[in-house]
Structures are given as C-alpha cells and as structure tokens.
Write a protein that binds this ligand. Structure first.
Ligand SMILES: [Zn+2]
Ligand SMILES: [Zn+2]
Length: 537
C-alpha cells in the first residue's frame, strides 16, 4: 500500500465522517493527515510498522491506530461500516436534489427505498409526500430538480482544481477527453463533462457507473449518462461514435453561445478536422466563450514562464523552508522564485518584522549559494494598511528584490476609500505588483469595491504589474479582468501564491486564467529573464 492509497483511504474516511455529522474537527484532522501522508517522501507503511508515524505533523494517537489497522489489514472496518450506514448513492442523489446528507438517508428509509433508482421511481409514483417532513412544497421542489436531468448542474460551481481532479480522473479512467467548463478553465465549473469515442457505447457507460467517483446514475440513454458524486455533483458522459468524436467534443466543450454560432457542426473524428471542415482556424478552448471564428492570438504557453514571483515559506504560513521551495522551483525548470512571506498586519498568521526580513535575507543568500545559477529572490507580500501606507518602512522595502502589495484586512471599505488605498500603495516606488487585486474568494466573498479602471490607469503610470493569482479559490485577476487590464496597457504576472512545494504546481491555473484574458507571452512579466525582473519598474 503506497502513500497515495493510504491518503485516499484517509480522505474517504474524513468525507464519511463529515457525512455522518461527526465533529468537524475530527474530519478536518483526517483530511490534514491525508495531506501529510500524500506529501511524505518516506513510505508511511514503514513508519507505521516501526512505530514512528507519530513523528509526522498532525498524526496523533487515534489516527495512528487507523493507520495501523489499514497497513496491517488493508482496510478500516469503521470506514466500511460508515459506507453501509450512510449509503453514498442516496446521499449523492439527495444532495444533487438539494437535500442534506442526513435528510436524504431519512427520506430513503421512510420510503423503504435502497437505491437512487428506487427513489426516483417513488418520486414518479407520487410517494414522496408519504415521508415525514416532506410537504407539497418540498415535493414540488424535488420533482422539479429531478426534471432538470437534461441539463444537470451542481448546486454551486466547483473550484477549478477540484473540477479538474474530478473530470480529469474520470476521463483518464475511461480513456476519454475532459470537456465542459473544465476544458475552458472556467474559474467556477458548472458543466462537468467527459467525451469518449467508441463504436459500442454500452461497456463504457457501464464502466462509468462503476467508477469510485460516481455513486449513482441519474440519467442514461444509448450514448449518454449522467452520474453524481457523493457531494451531489453531476458529471455527464458522452460516448460518441468514432466518426463523430471531434464533433461531440466541440459541442461538449464550448459555451452554448460559442457552439450555437458554429452550428450546423459537420461530423468529424477529431477537433482539428472539424475546424478544417468549417473553414476556420482551430480555437483554443479557453477562448470558446463568445462566438469567434477568427485567427486566435499566439496565447501565453505554460512553457513561457521563467519563474514564480509569489510564494510563502515557513517564515510565515508556508509549509516548506526557503531552500526547499527553491529546489522545487528549480526542478520545475524555473530560473527564479520570489519568496514573499507576510507582514505583521495580516493578523491571522505570523508576519515578518524588519528584523525578520533581514535574517531571512541571510538564509536566502545561503540557499542561493547552493542553488546557483537558479536564483531565489528576496521578496515580500506586504500588507496595504487601511490608510494606503505599507506595513514595512521604505528602507526595508528598498533592500528587497520583489515587493508584492496586498489588501488583506478591511476589505469592506467603500469604493472611493478602497480605490484610494490601493492607489496610494501603487505610488510607493518599491511596489512591483498588486496581489489578488479584487480580493474575491470564489463562492465565498465578492470582489472588493475597487475601481479597477482607475487602478489599471495608476498601475500603467507607475509601471506596476497586476497579479493573476493561481490559488483555485481566488483566480484573481479573472480572465475578464485580465482582458481589461491588457487593454489598458498593464502588464500581468502569473503567480501561484504557493504555500508548499506542491502549491507551485498551480501555475497551470494562473496561466490558463491569463489565456482566458487573451494574454500572450509579451504581456506577462515572468516570461522575462531574471535581469528584467531585477531591473526595477
Ligand atoms: Zn495574500
Ligand atoms: Zn500570498
């Protein structure tokens, strides 16, 4: 059993604990332990056998006991019990219909149904109302939700990283292609789709129904099925005849507006052949939002990125040391990496004082001796205080090689004050980049009341770049805002805001978001060599 298997089982256990309304801290502890196991360079099974597993962060006595059981017997008995008791298929269908986990299971028990299919039959037969607590209104809502199956959507969009994990995993298992919103790299994914090519669709549809990710099938016909995950997220599978596979992929990828402007679509075995038949150039999926038949620009490519300019280390809330981060960036083929830890005003985590900044500088210099010619940059993610001043004095900022300025606290400021606050910071001569400019958290917090047009003007005047933050809940600037920023003559930076070596892998999310804003390599500062970064603004 390798670390990945063990981590997956711990995650499954944590998810079931959540379903079962266990103490949320317990579930979170298991998720964190799974993360630790996944990132551990040492085989966990060996640590468990030698009794040393508790040396790892976040692994206490009770998690150790589960790990021992798993390593010795290959299973966690309580996990299997929970799986039986909680009926993930009913929970998945219930959540898809807008019911909580407990409620779904209660409803199923009251109706005496044991599968998603039986639940749907009971609904069709008008029996929902027999269940306690289901009035005519809830019944109507459930019936309406069951009716939506032709156009299945999750109740709220998925973060892009989660959507990729889900859709990419299913596509890989079925030897198909990811499609839908994921393939366009939308910041919040609603249409989750996979396209496969097969003359005989049935075995592929059967295999889909058996996948670990899919707990119930809510709709199926000859060449299409919709399954739901235990979170109630619907995933659509289209099994195209091989001679139409390209056609179905285009149809399942583009936005409705984009696709309908291309109709009627000719039959084609793959995408390029379809575009050829239409007599227009192939279009990168990121640009398939609005109708477009023209020649696409040579979009920024992940290979163009020469370094990452925003990451954290153990000096603030990162998980790895400065040197470990540097090594990981060098392994990715980068020329440079800016270490940008927080400053004290950030509050929730430890921030660097002027003294810390200088001591960190010594550590970075020492790491650079090891890593040369790769280069760690002395950077900072400096808070912008409510009055627009920065959280470190200018003489400290002057020593640094890369200064990101960030609004963290006090985000609910009115528009005029917020815009002035940010403008003030951009006027500071040491600031090179504005981090996560709008401060939004997808599904969680709206954009700050910031006048972006004014911000772009000031950024252009001052030669300050705007970040495209690659954290999945942020993706800030968004693709639309990137497009506006580039139109205003502002440069952008694609960054990960990584808090671990693994987090450096989020560059793909940032690059794709910039591509959605039609960015080419010349628009992006960190496609430039180190000398351009060190050259100042
Ligand atoms: Zn930040
Ligand atoms: Zn950060």
């Amino acid at each position: 059993m390798d670390n990945r298997d063990i981590a997956d089982r711990l995650d499954a256990f944590a998810s079931l604990l959540e379903l079962g309304d266990a103490n949320p801290y317990t579930a979170r502890a298991y998720h964190r332990a799974a993360e630790t196991v996944r990132n551990s360079p040492v085989p966990i099974a060996e640590l468990v056998r030698s009794g040393r597993v508790r040396e790892l962060r976040g692994i206490g006595r009770s998690i150790e006991a589960r790990l021992r059981e798993l390593v010795e017997t290959g299973r966690i008995a309580e996990l299997e019990e929970l799986e039986r008791e909680l009926a993930p298929d009913l929970v998945g269908l219930g959540r898809y219909l807008g019911l909580g986990a407990r409620r779904s299971v209660e409803l199923a028990r009251a109706l005496g149904v044991r599968s998603a299919d039986e639940l749907r039959k009971a609904a069709a037969a008008g029996r929902l109302r027999d269940a306690p607590g289901i009035g005519p209104k809830t019944e109507a809502r459930l019936l309406q939700a069951l009716d939506r199956e032709a156009d299945p959507r999750p109740r709220r969009g998925l973060h892009l990283n989660r959507a990729w994990e889900l859709v990419g995993g299913i596509a890989a298992a079925l030897d198909g292609e990811p499609a839908g919103d994921v393939r366009r790299w939308r910041d919040s994914c609603e249409r989750l789709a996979v396209v496969c090519a097969a003359a005989d669709a049935r075995p592929v549809l059967d295999q889909f129904a058996q996948l670990a990710q899919i707990v119930a099938i809510v709709d199926r016909d000859e060449r299409r099925a919709v399954g739901v995950t235990v979170e109630g997220v619907p995933v659509e599978l289209c099994v195209a005849a091989p001679e139409r596979a390209g056609t179905e992929l285009v149809r399942a990828t583009g936005s409705r507006e984009y696709v309908s402007a291309l109709e009627p679509l000719p039959d084609a075995p793959e995408e390029h052949a379809l575009y050829e038949a239409l007599g227009i150039p192939w279009c990168p999926p990121e640009l398939r939002e609005q109708p477009f038949r023209g020649e696409p620009p040579p979009l920024l490519d992940p290979q163009d990125i020469r370094g990452d300019l925003h990451c954290h280390s153990t000096w603030s809330d990162g998980r790895q040391s400065v040197e470990q981060m540097g090594r990981a960036a060098r392994e990715r083929g980068y020329d440079y990496l800016a270490i940008c830890d927080h400053t004290p005003a950030v509050g929730a985590v430890k921030g660097l004082s002027p003294d810390d900044v200088r001591r960190q500088g010594e550590e970075i210099a020492a790491a650079n001796e090891e890593l040369a010619p790769f280069r760690l940059l002395r950077g900072i993610e400096c808070d912008i205080l409510p009055d627009g001043r920065l959280d470190l004095p200018d003489d400290v900022l002057a020593e640094l090689e890369w200064v990101q300025a960030s609004v963290h606290g006090g985000q609910r400021m009115p528009r005029r004050e917020m815009t002035k606050r940010v403008e003030e910071a951009l006027r500071n001569p040491y600031v090179r980049c504005l981090s996560h400019p709008t401060g939004r958290l997808i599904n969680h917090r709206p954009e700050n009341a910031l006048d972006l047009k004014r911000t772009f003007e000031v950024a252009r005047e001052e030669g300050v770049a705007l970040e495209v933050n690659g954290l999945a809940p942020r993706l800030d600037l968004s693709g639309e805002h990137v497009h506006e920023a580039l139109g205003a003559g502002v440069k952008i930076v694609c960054s990960t805001d990584a808090h671990s070596t693994r987090g450096l892998g989020n560059m793909g999310l940032s690059v794709a978001t910039a591509r959605r804003g039609w960015a080419i390599a010349a628009d992006v500062l960190n496609t430039q060599p180190l000398s351009a970064i060190l050259g100042g603004r």
